[in-house]
Design a protein. Structure first.
Length: 182
């Protein structure tokens, strides 16, 4: 059975390693139809209640939410800025939550984080793992992958054996949840 997966890196960097990781992970799900989003295609004014009252919710917010709603599952890799979400991702989250508090619409979620450093975005991953269930993500499989440039290669995938094993376990949990076995 084909599953539609929306994948994105929660960063607006044109060379986002998190976008690369999200694409890699989503493409590892057998039989999945992957829609890889770029947050730059959803650049929005900074959310404020005043702006919403004056101008309403921008069409790009509706477009992003439609992508989420049309998916069976989400693969998201979070970039970390100062221990939290990037401003670009947080802004989209703020806008979309105004349409529906359950932003992730009950979709299963493979939540990833990576960085060039030793912590691999663990702080933002912990933040999202705690808060995303309140935004409508009932099942979350997650993994942090540190040292992106030393451990993950376009041609070879994840080269560190322990990281590869942890990634495969998170991916297997995600697939089982998606298939109703987890």
């Amino acid at each position: 059975m084909s599953r539609k997966i929306v994948a994105f890196g929660a960063s607006n960097s044109r060379h986002s390693i998190n976008r690369k990781l999200a694409a890699y992970a989503a493409q590892r799900v057998d039989g999945a139809e992957v829609d890889l989003l770029d947050l730059n295609d959803y650049e929005l004014p900074i959310y404020s209640i005043d702006r919403e009252k004056e101008s309403g919710i921008p069409q790009l917010v509706h477009d992003f939410k439609q992508k989420i709603s049309a998916a069976d599952a989400l693969v998201m890799s979070l970039a970390e800025h100062n221990g939290a979400y990037t401003a670009a991702f947080k802004n989209i989250l703020d806008w979309v939550s105004r349409l529906e508090g359950k932003t992730w619409a009950g979709r299963h979620l493979l939540l990833l984080a990576t960085s060039p450093g030793k912590r691999g975005g663990r702080s933002v991953l912990a933040l999202a793992s705690r808060s995303f269930p309140f935004f409508g993500a009932p099942n979350i499989a997650s993994i942090s992958l540190p040292g992106f440039y030393q451990n993950i290669y376009d041609t070879e995938g994840i080269t560190d054996a322990s990281l590869r094993q942890a990634f495969e376990q998170a991916l297997q949990t995600f697939v089982q949840q998606l298939e109703g076995r987890g």
